[in-house]
Design a protein around this ligand. Sequence first.
Ligand SMILES: [Zn+2]
Length: 331
Amino acid sequence: MHMKIIAFMKYKEMNRLQIHTKTLCFLREEIYSHYILHSERNKMYVVGFFASVLLLVAMDAAVAFPRRNLKCRKPLPSIRFNIRGDNLIDLTHNFDDHAPYWPGDPSGFELKTLFSGFVNGTVNFFSSWKFFSQPEHLGTHLDAPSHYYLNGIDVSGIDLKNLIGPGVLINLKRNGERFGPDSQISIDDIMEWEVERKIRMRSGSIVLLYTGYGDVYPDRAAYFGTNMTGEDGIPHIRFPGLSPDAARWLIDHRCIAAVGIDTASIDFGQSTDFETHRILHERNIPNFENLANLREVAESGRNFNVIALPQKIAQGTGAPLRIVAVLDKEA
Ligand SMILES: [Zn+2]
């Protein structure tokens, strides 16, 4: 039948106006009898084949293009900053055994000395080395999109453009009080920053949320709202977080690169569905948690850029993070 089709195509090219209706009918019947009507089984194979191709294409597209606003796909604007000794603020808490770990985690930060002492050789010298271990999501850390999205990238795959960018500090403290423990930061709370300054935050911004909780770290009771550890402690966790609506708005309308907070989670403590995490991670946006010293950034009143470099853990869903604010000159 293949030959007949080729012959027909040539015939069609030679004289398009004189297509022989008998040839057309013959071809149609030939195709029907071969692939569709002749056998129900063949029909199922054909349908099954095309359905599998469509499914594979859809799965591939889902992995390659996570849900992201099209207008945010253009390259992020470049930034420029000067690093001097006096314009750096470390936004990282110390990693030590005081670091309060999530109540569901079995343990926190551990540091063991493997060797410490003087080595006798041709010269006598001191040497020391240690071994540390900790949960991925302890202390100041990064959450990778693979934390709450099946096909999300892991820590090692995060684009550096999501980790270095212009900073925006949203100060949520009111009259010296911390943001409410069961509150969620709204779109209005964030828009206040733009209204006050009469500007729109740049695309590629790294938005840092200062709730005041970072100021009481590592006091577990004040920070988590409970002293309890283990699974029993989880229902008692209370601290504020970013609302799902505001996360969606920051990504879709402000094209942010990342968002960070000075609490133990980007979702508020009482969340059970972790919707804000899921919204961020589905769109390949990483987030930072347990940030330190945001008060200093707020009090400086200066524009700043952020450099946030996590330990590059292959397949990690999170990693310890060293994060720094680089302040601009005073305006
Ligand atoms: Zn985390």
